[in-house]
Design a protein around this ligand. Structure first.
Ligand code: ZN
Length: 249
């Protein structure tokens, strides 16, 4: 394990344009449930996936909003705080190293931790948009009424979270960021959700060195130069230490 952390630290220390992919495992320590993984929220009730879909939103937007607010516990959103993992990623942005984050998380915690180059691949909970006139609204506005409507045209708003069945509009942007990268670090994701899970393969095809740290093996482990299995909160402190050692060479 130590050897792996040292090799990972050396790779990270060399990187000038690092891309970090993050998944639910990064936010669980902030108390945010894993919405999509097997032991997360979705699997407790199969119909959640049906409700949180583009199809259901347009079929019954009133009921959609009731379920949405419940499932994503949006009232609690402001209480969630970044954890050690978010700050670790933010601190990687040191010296001349540029760090871009591509996250599957919709909780906005990377931004709250101070990171600035973030692609929210599955959208974000903190905004909603009018599907008719495209006017954007804040979370406060969304929470003010049970069913949020556009103040201009009264159309029921659509959340900026990517729903099942929605197009992923950030994929090209994510690939463009990987094109510029010299190292890929993947944290806290089982890489089961497509097309996000295609990104490590894309990086591999560009010959970019890659590191995966996750609490369980993934079906994409073979794509990585270094696979470190274990709890992020336990592994990142020693990695941080090795990174300091590596940086002083
Ligand atoms: Zn409108």
């Amino acid at each position: 394990m130590r050897e792996q952390l040292i090799r990972a630290a050396e790779e990270l220390a060399r990187s000038q344009k690092l891309v970090v992919l993050t998944g639910a495992g990064v936010s669980t320590a902030s108390g945010i449930p894993d919405f999509r993984s097997n032991d997360g929220l979705w699997s407790q009730d199969l119909t959640r996936e049906d409700y949180m879909s583009n199809e259901y939103f347009f079929y019954d937007p009133v009921d959609f909003w009731k379920k949405y607010k419940q499932i994503f516990r949006v009232k609690l959103l402001k209480q969630y705080e970044p954890n050690f993992v978010h700050y670790f990623i933010n601190e990687l942005e040191s010296g001349s190293r540029q760090v871009s984050i591509i996250t599957q998380n919709v909780d906005g915690l990377h931004e709250k931790a101070g990171s600035s180059r973030i692609i929210e691949y599955h959208g974000s909970l903190d905004k909603a948009t009018c599907p008719y006139c495209q006017k954007a609204y804040s979370m406060d506005y969304v929470l003010a009424d049970e069913i949020p409507r556009c103040e201009g045209c009264t159309t029921i708003l659509k959340p900026n979270v990517v729903l099942f069945g929605d197009l992923i509009t950030a994929h090209d942007e994510a690939e463009a960021v990987i094109d510029q990268a010299d190292c890929l670090l993947v944290l806290g994701t089982s890489l089961k959700v497509t097309p996000f899970s295609f990104l490590p393969e894309y990086a591999r095809n560009q010959g970019i060195p890659s590191i995966l740290i996750n609490n369980e093996p993934t079906i994409k482990d073979y794509l990585f130069d270094e696979v470190i299995l274990g709890d992020l909160n336990r592994l990142l402190p020693p990695l941080k230490k090795e990174l300091k050692n590596a940086a002083t060479y």
